[in-house]
Design a protein around this ligand. Sequence first.
Ligand SMILES: [Zn+2]
Length: 228
Amino acid sequence: MITYLQDFISIFYPKICLGCKQPLVKNEELLCLHCLLNLPQTNFHLLPDNKIQKIFTGRHHFHKATAFLYFAKGGIVQSILHHLKYKNYPEVGILIGKIMGTKLDEDGFFNDIDLLVPVPLHPNKQKKRGYNQSDMICHGLEKAVGIPISSQNLMRTAFSESQTRKSRFDRWLNVEKIFAIQKAEDFIEKHLLLVDDVVTTGSTVEACANKLIEIPGVKVSLLTLAHA
Ligand SMILES: [Zn+2]
């Protein structure tokens, strides 16, 4: 009876795929099978000196760094990120995190990772959005690969990036103030995987990494959902 009702309702209010906007069929959630099978994967994790590693040439060197999907204007990845960040769809982050985890795990990407660390949001932003999209991606990864998440230790302070002038030195001071670590001892000798939704210039994740590598014996790697 319930299934009948659901079918009946979906004739009038069909759920649509967040990627291609086509109606979803039974057993499809958020994204249709076609979109799931055609995610534009980069496979950067198979290339030691890939495009993401190159962003950080001469800056912080991540132990390994990769982005799972290509971002294209008007494409499926833009739509996924838009729903995840601005349309209150935390579950699409979990779904893609799970797919990304399963796929990269086949190639041993997580073998030496101890903890998943989502890049924290500014507290005001998180309050407004209700969740941190990188946390959601981590939840999906955790489901796929079983590595625990540490989402409280690396913190974003209430300090705002626009509070100082834009000289290089000011920016450096800024970055020093943006992130803080609560209990450094929890990260000693750990290989941390920083997780973010998208990487562009890399300055945010670099700031995180610079803070983290102050801890003895820490290794930091980077995984993002997309490369813009
Ligand atoms: Zn679709």
